[in-house]
Structures are given as C-alpha cells and as structure tokens.
Design a binder for this molecule. Structure first.
Ligand code: SF4
Ligand code: ZN
Ligand code: ZN
Length: 313
C-alpha cells in the first residue's frame, strides 16, 4: 500500500511528481500541468489582459517559456473562436544561435496550426546584431550588446505586431524575469521603469501595441517543467551574448533567496503591484511624441533606435 505522503495533494489518486515549496503542494504530472494552465488563465483574467475578440501577436523566441506560453494560449484560443493568435519571432542575427531557435519555433507553430512570421534586424534596421556588436566593440560605445539588442527588439516587436494587424503582443516574461527586472530598476534608481514595466503595459500611443505577460506569475522552473511534461521541443542553449548580462547577477541573488525563503519571488512581485499606484504619483507620465527622424513613438526628439543607428553608421 502506498503511503499517503506520496499521493498528489490535488487529485489524491496519482503519484507525486513535483513539490511546490512556496505553496506546499505535491502534485502529480496531470495536476501540475492543470495548475500551470489554471494559473495562466487566472493571471489573464486578473489583469484583464485579453478581450474575447483580440488579435494577438505572440512573441516566440524558440525557448521553453515562449513555446510553453504559445501552447497554453493556443489551447485557450480554441474556446474563444473570435480571438486569433499569430506567432512572431525576431531574428536578431546571432549566428549559430538564432538559426536553430527559428527552426524550432517554426516547427512548433506548424504542429499547432498557428501562422508564424519572422522579422529580422537586418531587414528592419540594416544590420544584424553580430554586425552591431562588432561595430560597437571597435567604437567607444558604452552600452552592452544586450542593451541595444533590447532597444531594437522592442521596436521590432512593435513593427511585427503592426504588420500582422495585432494591437497586443503577448510576451513570455516569467515571474523570475519580472522580479529580476524589479530589482534591476531598484538598483538603477529608475522609478519610471519600476512603475511602467508591469503585466499589461499602458496604452500610451496609437502606434504602440500593448504588451501583455500571461506568464508573469509562473516561476521559470515551472515553465521549463511544463515544456518537459508536454514534450515541447525548445532551444536550450543560451545566447552567446548573455554571459555579460547584469540580469545574471540578479538571477543568482533571487534564486538563492528563494531557495532559503520559499515564496520570495511572489513577495517581491506582489509588493511592487501594491506599490505601483504610489509610484505613478511621483514619475513622469508625459505623453509620447513622434521621432523627428523615423516618425515612431519617442519620449524625446530622436527615438532611441535612431540615436543608436546613427552612432553605428
Ligand atoms: Fe539579445 Fe542579450 Fe537576449 Fe542575446 S541575451 S537575445 S543579446 S538581450
Ligand atoms: Zn493529481
Ligand atoms: Zn526614430
């Protein structure tokens, strides 16, 4: 006879496969999968992320988080026939890394019957990330590769959403990503970003698609496990430029705190959610204008993308 301890705390029938330290749940595979899907549905409802007839651009990189999210959204879409999903992938032009991810992303979309479009830095900006990294290395450019990759990717995603006719972009930022970002913004003293980087971004300009983050309450570990249980293929190797990213330091700090004090990630996330209204009262919420060069939304005269490309040229 099996001892009680080894039975799932959800169904009380099947064997335990996963222990969730922050809630004390011991779940079988089936209950684990259902709990992740239920959490994503609850997050979407809590933050009012999606309307029943939304056209959504789902940003997929080919990694575990974005492909797990695509599977869950695809499953939900079946129940919302008026909604539609289009997958978009940004090809930064990172040799030997992005090529493999693109193949995996395309294959997953084909399996799910979801339209997939690729937008490359080369087509949108005239350079691949590899070329920009080399140029920056030869000049006195102070930004890291990840910083200008981020600036260009934000723009590329917005262009992608506009080209596929979507007003919303779903990104697979996990709870871990969100908490790392909170701490990075605290360490930089960037109150504006602390306030504005949230589960659903503000609708600030007609040319800017809103970003929604259905995985913002899913720990990265659980997103990976979901992909594993559902046998989703994904690219596991890291980006060659990621080793110097500041984010890695915060990942280590947060993971070691979570290890010692289960629930730390949710506490940080929820604390910021409660603080946000107070933050909005002290940050600059001035509206966007159009960039004098490219006409895209910008907080200054020249947008960050034009500023960066000018330097690189
Ligand atoms: Fe871009 Fe850095 Fe991410 Fe690589 S790790 S894709 S360079 S942001
Ligand atoms: Zn169970
Ligand atoms: Zn511009």
């Amino acid at each position: 006879m099996k001892i009680r301890q080894s039975l799932c705390t959800g169904c009380r029938r099947r064997e335990v496969f996963f222990f969730r330290p922050y809630s004390g749940q011991r779940l079988c595979k089936k209950c684990f999968v259902e709990s992740v899907e239920a959490k994503v549905r609850a997050t979407i409802a809590k933050y009012n992320m999606l309307d029943f007839n939304d056209k959504i651009a789902v940003a997929i990189s080919g990694g575990k988080d974005s492909l797990s999210m695509l599977h869950i959204l695809a499953k939900m879409e079946l129940a919302r026939p008026k909604a539609s999903l289009t997958a978009v992938t940004i090809d930064e032009g990172i040799k030997g890394y992005r090529d493999e991810a693109l193949e995996i992303a395309a294959a997953e979309c084909q399996k799910l019957g979801i339209e997939h479009h690729v937008f490359s830095f080369r087509r949108l900006f005239g350079f691949t990330l590899d070329e920009l990294a080399e140029k920056a290395w030869k000049t006195d450019e102070k930004l890291t590769t990840c910083s200008y990759c981020g600036i260009l990717r934000r723009r590329a995603l917005n262009v992608a959403a506009s080209e596929v006719g979507a007003r919303k972009i779903a990104t697979a930022h996990t709870l871990d990503d969100e908490v790392q970002t909170v701490l990075m913004n605290v360490f930089r003293g960037d109150l504006a970003r602390l306030a504005k980087e949230k589960p659903v971004t503000d609708d600030v300009h007609p040319k800017l698609a809103q970003k929604v983050k259905p995985f913002c309450e899913i720990p990265e570990k659980e997103s990976a496990l979901y992909a594993y249980v559902k046998k989703i293929e994904f690219q596991a190797s890291p980006c060659p430029y990621s080793s110097g990213a500041l984010r890695n330091d915060f990942r280590e700090i947060v993971n070691s705190m979570e290890e010692k004090h289960a629930g730390t990630k949710f506490t940080i996330f929820n604390t910021l959610e409660r603080l946000r209204p107070a933050l909005y009262a002290v940050v600059d919420t001035s509206q966007y204008a159009d960039c004098v060069e490219c006409g895209e939304p910008s907080s200054g005269g020249l947008c960050k993308v034009c500023e960066l490309l000018k330097k690189m040229r």
